[in-house]
Design a protein around this ligand. Sequence first.
Ligand SMILES: [Zn+2]
Length: 390
Amino acid sequence: MKHAACPTCRGKDLEDFFTIHNAPTQSLVTIKEREKALAIPRQDIVLTFCNSCGFIFNSAFDTTIDYYTQGYEDQQGFSPTFVKFITGVTERFIDKYGIRGKRVVEIGCGKGDFIRLISRLGGNRGVGIDPAWVPGRGEDVPDVEFIKEFYSARHGDIHADCITCRHTLEHIHDTGGFLRTIRASIREGEAPVLFFEVPSIVRILDIQAFWDIFYEHCTYLGPGSMARLFRLAGFEVLDMYLEYGDQYLFIEARPCDVPSTRTHPLEESIGELKAKTTFFVEQINRQLAQWRERLEGYKAAGRKVVVWGGGSKSVGFLTQFADLGAIAHVCDINPHMQGNYIPGIGMQYVGPAFLEEFKPDVVIVMNSVYMEEIRKDLAGRGLHPEMLGL
Ligand SMILES: [Zn+2]
């Protein structure tokens, strides 16, 4: 099954540029048994470029799989580095648009960390919508309610002064349909601010961050393709910026009748993004070969190698190298992941306390942003391994 039209602009002038074979179709679901983890189906990821709007997507994405209702684990709030980052970004956003005493709706709220945060910081009333929301996880904040459902047109009845959607759009195949559904739900005379965040494809292409390409992400946006998507659906782009070591792309927008032709300085053109896909393809095999050689070297030398950081990045990384048998464990600080098995890979997540006994020689950090936080944690346990960061 291959999608023949661009989900953003419906264009048919598409080009496949990179394939990852046999990627586990799920990476964040929690699984208690090794056999069940290994039974997760594997499918190819085919990255495809739309020559009409610059949109990049997995054109082989299977939209029939239930990704989010079976123990989906995506909380990042266990890291102080992350909490500091997201608090800063949210405070700036609140100040910029005066989001105080307002109604905020979050589409894809996960366990509800962000809707609680923006409600608390701005004295707002919040509504979080997500099929993967779990009652009882996280503090109770007055004026925040949750709807455990997939977002759809009927949620348009909820009045919103601000609509947020963080790390959700990259999981949505029908990007154009999704944005149009939101646009159609906004009543005449209302102009909520939209606040969306996705991983940036520009960084993935520039540094060949293959670990950030995994099956659950079917949609890959850069500033230019994101702005074009919003304009096509009837939104004016107010601002865009990159955060977290250029990994995360933020967009702020408002509904409008006719979007302007003005572009944001951050926007790449269709041609520029296409040139980046060509560069990515030229470099990626060399990058994969270097990692393979390095891991084989560790194995031959009998060095104990651990990956720090579970979830999708580790699945993206291990999809390439699990066959080597060079990586002994994957460690994660999220207590809800520890003890579970990694989908498609079959290794069991361990917590940091386990490493005190295991004493790894090498720790590969799945997100360099956490390097110092992890180095400190390990040092506090009397561990000083060689550390590599992605
Ligand atoms: Zn397109």
